[in-house]
Structure formats: C-alpha cells, structure tokens
Design a protein around this ligand. Structure first.
Ligand code: AMP
Length: 171
C-alpha cells in the first residue's frame, strides 16, 4: 500500500504506527498509557494522536513544501478523533476522500493472526482483535457513515486477495 499511494504523491502516515513508535520512546510520558489502550483495542485519546500526526506532517512539509498530500491510515477512528481533527486542522487541511477497506471480520482476524506470527504486536491476538472489532462497530463505523453522507467515501472490497483488490482512481 505504501508504494502504491506514493505513486500518486501521497505520504503514507499510519496513526497506529506513530503511536507504537511513541510508545517505544523511553522519554515519552505517554508510553504506558498508549500500550494499555492498544492492548485493549481501544482508541488512544485524540490529543496524543493528533499531536503526533501534526508533528509528522509539519516536519515533512517543513523539509519540502510540495509534499503536502497525506494518506492518513487509521484516522479518524471515532467522534473524538473527528472533532480533534476539525479543531486542530480547520483552515489548514482539506479532506478529499476517505478510503474504506471493506472486509469480513473473520478474514480480518485471520490475516492479523497470520501477521502476529512475526509482527511482535501486542494486539495481534484473538482477544485484542475481537475487542478491536467491537471498537470499530461502536466508534469508527459511525464516522465512516458521516463521511458517506458527505459523498467522500471510496469503498474498496478488501476481502479479495492482494492481486485482485482494485483501488479507485485518486485525485
Ligand atoms: P492500527 O495500527 O491501525 O492497526 O492500530 C493499532 C491500535 O493503535 C488501535 O487498535 C488503537 O489502539 C491505536 N490507534 C490507531 N489509530 C488510532 C487513532 N486514530 N486514534 C487512537 N488510537 C489509535
């Protein structure tokens, strides 16, 4: 996915990856809190996630002003994320579209369990994954529905194999 979106000029930023990196930083005051949320499949408080995203975006654009298109993976994940984004980014960023990878729950779990054989991630286990699906249904799906009403959702059938999945044309 990383290479594909780069072709369109997007920098791929993963909210989860930024949080995992922050958790590893021994100087971070949020490390323990982030670990607890991730293991429980819960959404980390928005102030932390937004500050990491903004820091990364500012750094990339500071180095090259033309690198101003971002694909933010795993965000916004709930109403709190959405409000935090709107508050912090109002007038600074446009959301052109939301890419929704539509996939059956059990296929997602099987893929993550397979990934768990080598990922070392504390949430690649059935218990955390089932909690994550509950979090998705309760908190993330309503945000996707909101973007759907605005006509901003591009849906991808992600249950197929890597070779069969087709990505819509992007702006
Ligand atoms: P991911 O890397 O997208 O699979 O996310 C792994 C975990 O990181 C999630 O289950 C959450 O605990 C946390 N996380 C990822 N994205 C966010 C976000 N936007 N807001 C808060 N927590 C997040």
């Amino acid at each position: 996915m990383y290479c594909f979106f780069q072709k369109y000029g997007y920098t791929h930023l993963s909210a989860g990856e930024l949080l995992r990196d922050e958790r590893k930083n021994p100087d971070s005051q949020y490390g323990e809190l982030i670990e607890k949320y991730i293991k429980d499949g819960k959404i980390v408080p928005v102030e932390i996630t937004i500050s990491l995203l903004k820091r990364e975006m500012d750094q990339i654009m500071g180095a090259n002003a033309q690198k101003n298109k971002f694909l933010i993976d795993g965000f916004p994940r709930n109403e709190d994320n959405l409000q935090g984004w709107n508050k912090t980014m109002d007038g600074k960023a446009d959301v052109s579209f939301v890419l929704f990878f539509d996939c059956d729950n059990e296929i997602c779990i099987e893929r993550c369990l397979e990934r768990g054989k080598s990922s070392g991630r504390s949430d690649d286990n059935r218990e955390s994954l089932e909690k994550r699906i509950q979090t998705y249904l309760q908190s993330t799906k309503p945000v996707i529905d909101l973007y759907e009403e605005m006509g901003k959702v591009k849906k991808i059938d992600a249950s197929k194999s890597v070779d069969e999945v087709s990505i819509p044309i992007l702006p």
